[in-house]
Design a protein around this ligand. Sequence first.
Ligand SMILES: CC/C=C\C=C\CC(=O)SCCNC(=O)CCNC(=O)[C@H](O)C(C)(C)COP(=O)(O)OP(=O)(O)OC[C@H]1O[C@@H](n2cnc3c(N)ncnc32)[C@H](O)[C@@H]1OP(=O)(O)O
Length: 322
Amino acid sequence: MLCGLTCARVFCKSKIFLNHGGVANKTLAVAFPSNNTRRNFSSLPYGNYESIKVDAAADYVAKVQLSRPKKYNAMDKTMWHEIQDVFSKLDSDPECRSVVLCGHENFFTSGIDLSELVEMGQITMGDGDIARKCFALKKTIATFQDSFTAMEKCRKPIVCAVSGLCVGAGVDMLAATDIRYCSTGAWFQVKEVEVGLAADVGTLQRLPKIIGSQSLVYDLCLTCRKLPAQEALSCGLVSRLLPCHDTLMATAIATAKIIASHSPVAVQATKLGLVHARDHTVEEGLKFMQLLNMALLQSEDCATAAMSLMNKEKEKPTFKNF
Ligand SMILES: CC/C=C\C=C\CC(=O)SCCNC(=O)CCNC(=O)[C@H](O)C(C)(C)COP(=O)(O)OP(=O)(O)OC[C@H]1O[C@@H](n2cnc3c(N)ncnc32)[C@H](O)[C@@H]1OP(=O)(O)O
């Protein structure tokens, strides 16, 4: 903190001095190094996916689109694997600062590909020892869980845009994202009980912490009724309801762009702090932030941002990738 704020003061003074000397741009060059280039996320290492498409929605904003349209984006093994893979890669890609996750304009996803459930059923049917079957199933469930947990672990905030249906594992996935928007006509269904399962890839853990009402959580999870867009908005499952898919996408991208314009250090630390806060007491969360910020307050981003505000700069400062 000391280092960051000291830098801010030094920069601040030098700007005043340089302004008098009429070379303010030099100050900007020193304070806001611009080493940034636009990245096309559709190239390697993101170019070889089958069930998802990865693209650049804007500078520093990756767009991940679920893409098995003939099956309403049902999640087969490939898609589960690719979701895990892409969010792990985006997590450590310094040129990605935020992500927009979307599906098709008529469907986000119809949940797990039912053939995966059949395959899991076959494990139980086969001859062989029950303990070994149990461990095989446990491993499969853990692999599916890891896909969505990779989204939560990805330090880059994820803005999820849902149009049309979002069923079963789609809700588990949605619940692992950070900002959720939908368009008119979207609907959500926690369908697992209807297919003879208890949801096991995140809905039961994350949904109660997203929507305040326990009664509504039980209602949705036990009746499997379809939650319409307007009710999803009023219960807080989504924070914005847009009139159509195009406006939804434009709004989600605009939000992701704003996030990408901020200090990546501050943004990523904020996501870490919020995910931690969800699962800990206030006291534990405050201690966690002491430890996190005793490092991060020393970032040059803090000096840069503070100086820009103090000097009432018209242009937003730029920050190095992270
Ligand atoms: C360890 C376990 C981990 C995770 C568990 C997750 C649990 C879940 O996800 S539960 C939810 C499972 N999903 C479903 O039950 C949805 C099943 N599908 C439907 O109910 C309907 O298809 C629909 C989504 C409501 C859409 O209906 P409709 O508009 O009439 O279109 P269809 O003709 O039915 O579908 C078009 C095409 O897509 C195929 N498809 C749709 N969803 C799935 C799916 N989940 N799995 C596999 N295939 C799916 C459907 O069969 C059609 O394909 P065709 O080849 O054209 O027949």
